[in-house]
Design a protein around this ligand. Structure first.
Ligand code: LLP
Length: 463
């Protein structure tokens, strides 16, 4: 992004601090539909509304900070993925992005399946009544207890991530008298263009079984020999927040190559391939994500073409979008506590949350946008850093953004695109109470995950 000052001059325009920021938007009150959920707007008084409820009313009802989720938007995105992939493919929502019982019920109603990666996620899905055969169970080190629970529940598939796990799952399934459907997760050796911590298909990392050195073929060999396993396919997940489809193309090419080798060696055509999740969303106006129908078309074409040239029947495709469904549905609503102008340096806006409700800025250097939500303002743009209330200078929510210069304590500001990996990665650092998730729809706000209380914190403290 470019480094440029606004012609009108943000505060301290002569000495802009180090950072990555674009020029301030022409209209600071505008809400770019790219980064805000579908029903977000401003009412006649200039207050931001979502699902027909204004943020002042929301703050009065549930307090701040709060994650505010547009239910209509969630359902629309889930449906768009489902429709785009049609009946010959399956969409598994990746629960790690954000999971709650309400979310599970929406997915169920919209015809999506669910990917879980821990006993806790599995318990949430089962307690919401999702049929176990619509659940895929992931993870690079599932405990024997988790595997047992998943097999007993009858999950639709377990995605095997190591040689030890092949044996572990086979053994437990045999003990329980089951034949468990499994996929093998392979690392295809793709360098996905994303942050190092969220790229997962290059070889030097903990997930999957490498394809290149023949280990994946060996894993297939072993799984096929075990009666208590039904090997249904191969899985690949190349990373997260990816915009460029070429990584998926290479992954599909290599996975189909393995299917071909399996056919040649064992005379078996594995019926499914899973290409994982990872599709990027817009966090700022500069991001240009792909639509689900474009992604579905591209992936289906790649797999079909690769299978035709390998003379294989085209397998059933599945995908696992998490961020792309829930990310854009939610904004975090904060109250401004202090505005501190450091002459010649920058202006810090402190809010009543921070790295405990959004660790992504500190962890991945993620970029976010922000808007004054409780009112509009005609004041000039002021370059700010939005920070939290934690005891750490790295406690940054939005690194560089423009807010109106008359911003004051008590104003509500909203950070969009916080639906994925914010509540799910939230912590109790400094004994912060994790914020609620409020689903808004048709003029009604419903708390779907309540705010943590001091009693919740103290209940665990049994010393
Ligand atoms: N499938 C598998 C096997 C995965 O590991 C993941 C994400 C997904 C699907 C969903 O990926 P998505 O569509 O949401 O990108 N905490 C990081 C992201 C970690 C992603 C972990 N795996 C972040 O905040 O960016």
């Amino acid at each position: 992004m470019s480094r440029s000052a606004h012609p009108a001059g943000p505060r301290h325009a002569d000495v802009l601090p180090e950072g990555h920021y674009a020029a301030p938007p022409v209209d600071l009150n505008a809400l770019d539909p790219k980064v805000w959920a579908q029903t977000v707007d401003r009412n006649a008084d200039g207050v931001v509304t979502v699902g027909g409820v204004d943020v002042n009313a929301l703050a009065a009802q549930v307090g701040t900070p709060a994650y505010v989720l547009d239910e209509e938007d969630f359902r629309a995105r889930a449906r768009a993925w489902r429709t785009a992939f049609g009946h010959d493919a399956d969409v598994f929502y990746a629960g790690k992005a954000f999971l709650s019982r309400a979310v599970v019920r929406w997915l169920d109603e919209e015809g999506l399946n669910l990917d879980v990666c821990s006993g806790g996620e599995l318990a949430t899905a089962l307690s919401a009544g999702l049929a176990a055969d619509r659940i895929a169970f992931h993870g690079n080190n599932k405990t024997p207890a988790e595997i047992r629970r998943a097999v007993e529940a009858g999950v639709g598939r377990i995605v095997l991530d190591s040689f030890q796990e092949i044996v572990r799952v086979a053994h437990l399934a045999r003990e329980l008298g089951r034949r468990q459907r499994v996929q093998i997760r392979v690392t295809v050796g793709v360098e996905a263009h994303t942050h190092e911590f969220i790229a997962t298909a290059h070889e030097d990392q903990k997930f999957g079984i490498p394809l290149a050195d023949g280990q994946a073929a060996e894993a297939v060999r072993r799984a096929l020999q075990l009666d208590s396993l039904e090997l249904i396919g191969i899985h690949s997940h190349i990373g997260s927040q990816i915009f460029d489809m070429s990584g998926f193309e290479v992954a599909a090419h290599r996975v189909v190559g393995l299917l071909k080798d399996v056919r040649d060696e064992h005379g078996v055509e594995l019926p499914e391939i899973d290409l994982g999740g990872g599709l990027g969303i817009a966090y700022t106006s500069g991001d240009d994500p792909r639509e689900p129908h474009e992604i579905a078309k591209a992936l289906t074409e790649i797999v079909t073409r690769e299978c035709e040239s390998a003379k294989l029947r085209t397998p059933r495709i599945s995908v696992e979008p998490g961020r792309a469904i829930v990310g854009p549905t939610t904004f975090t609503l904060y109250e401004v506590g202090t505005v501190k102008a450091l002459e010649g340096l920058r202006t810090y806006v402190s809010v009543d949350g921070g790295m405990s409700d959004n660790i992504r800025t500190a962890l991945y250097d993620a970029e976010y946008s922000v808007a004054l939500a409780s009112r509009t303002s005609d004041a000039e743009p002021m370059l700010v850093r939005v920070v939290g209330k934690h005891c750490e200078s790295g406690d940054i929510v939005v690194k560089d953004a423009f807010l109106p210069a008359d911003l004051a304590p008590g104003d509500l500001i909203a950070v969009p695109a916080t639906g994925a990996y914010c509540r799910s990665m939230a912590s109790n650092y400094n004994h912060a109470l994790r914020p609620p998730v409020v689903a808004v729809r048709d003029g009604e706000a419903r708390v779907i995950v309540r705010r943590e209380s001091e009693e919740d914190l103290l209940r665990l403290d049994v010393g």
